[in-house]
Design a protein around this ligand. Structure first.
Ligand code: SF4
Length: 370
């Protein structure tokens, strides 16, 4: 099974921390963009006709900002030309303040069955300072439209002067909205964003302070019946994101649209971030790839380990053997022994102990081969 990712690079306004390929003054290009997206979908589907896909994910940007007809046409085309399973998980990212009943009716009619909402904080002053377009009340309104649907909510930690009370209030609001999946992301200050100045001024919490917020979120979510299945992702039983699990299991995925990345048959490739360049290439019957590489040898194993160790299941020994034809416990005997204090090792898997999952990078690095 494999995943399909579609990038929608339009936003109403730019959040202060955002360095994604998302543009606030380009909505006039949406029609041309989606026409080109359909061309890319058709061409890639022809190339990948042997493969079956069980997830579709519309991310951005803000997919819910553009006309729902564009989204409907995109999903319908994907389903028509790709081999997509009938029970596929189909997710759309939603920004509160951009959803209404008419849009939702179109999303549901084309089979979208998972809604990922960017909340970030329950505090309106915070949302305003991040230049988010919505309030906490608008979040609840979007959730009221989505009542009974499969809802995931993003929560942000590591913000200036952020206290545990804010994280708790945000999780509580997400639950009130009906979330059965919550992602808790630590802010990464990216160069070139307004938030980077805040970071340079030393106004963001230290790593230890952010870890404290994370530990609170993890423990609190656990008391609410949410399982941590990946370092930043928590869900009620049965609501793990299939699309993301495919990434972490190093499954294949095709990325469509501006800035989208793909990994198919161990070739990794990425499209241009520029809307004009993307449109120009597709209109001239070319892909808009700006990067491509073949992943080989130890790099494949490194990637596999790096991704799997982020999950609470860790390395599943039988899966490793199926992929690489050898025994993980033998291949990494020395690394396992050197890091045993951080690891749970059993007949089924090798995983990072719960208390160390948030600082997994320092452990995973010891398993990387040159
Ligand atoms: S809504 Fe998302 S993609 Fe758009 S600017 Fe904000 S963080 Fe970036």
């Amino acid at each position: 099974m494999a995943g399909i990712y579609v990038h929608v690079p339009f936003c109403k306004q730019k959040c202060t921390y955002c360095d994604f390929a998302s543009y606030s003054r380009e909505i006039g290009k949406a029609e041309a963009y989606f026409a080109c997206l359909l061309k890319e979908i058709d061409s890639r589907a022809l190339e990948l006709k042997e493969k079956t896909f069980n997830t579709i994910y519309l991310g951005g940007g803000t997919p819910s900002f553009v006309k729902a007809e564009f989204i409907g046409a995109t999903i319908n085309r994907i389903k028509k030309v790709f081999s997509v399973t009938s029970d596929a998980e189909i997710t759309i990212e939603i920004n509160p303040g951009t959803l209404d009943e008419q849009k939702l009716a179109i999303y549901k009619a084309v089979g979208i069955n998972r809604f990922s909402i960017g909340l970030q904080s329950a505090y309106d002053e915070r949302l305003c300072s991040l230049n988010r377009i919505h309030t906490a009340e608008q979040f609840l309104y979007a959730c009221s439209l989505l009542k009974g649907e499969n809802i995931s909510v993003d929560v942000m930690i590591g913000l200036k002067d952020q206290k545990i009370e804010e994280v708790k209030a945000t999780i509580d609001l997400a639950i009130k909205g009906g979330a059965n999946h919550i992602s808790v992301y630590a802010l990464t200050p990216e160069e070139g964003t307004p938030m980077f100045t805040t970071y340079l001024n030393g106004e963001l919490p230290s790593e230890d302070e952010t870890t404290e917020l994370y530990d609170f979120a993890r423990d609190y979510l656990s008391t609410l019946g949410f399982e941590r299945y990946e370092v930043s992702n928590f869900a009620k039983k049965g609501f793990y994101s299939k699309h993301n699990l495919n990434y972490w299991r190093r499954g294949e995925y095709i990325g469509l649209g501006v800035a989208a990345s793909s990994c198919i048959d161990d070739r990794r490739f990425t499209n241009t971030e520029k809307i004009d360049e993307y449109v120009h290439c597709l209109l001239n019957d070319k892909y808009a790839e700006i990067f491509s590489e073949l992943i080989e040898g130890d790099e494949i194993k490194n990637e596999y380990i790096m991704l799997a160790m982020r999950t609470s299941e860790g390395i599943i020994l039988s899966d490793y053997t199926k992929n690489f034809g050898s025994d993980f416990l033998i291949d990494y005997k020395r690394e396992i022994s050197d890091n045993q204090k951080y690891l749970d090792v059993c007949d089924y898997s090798v995983k990072i102990k719960d208390d160390y999952l948030y600082v997994q990078n320092q452990i995973i690095i010891n398993f990387m081969k040159d």
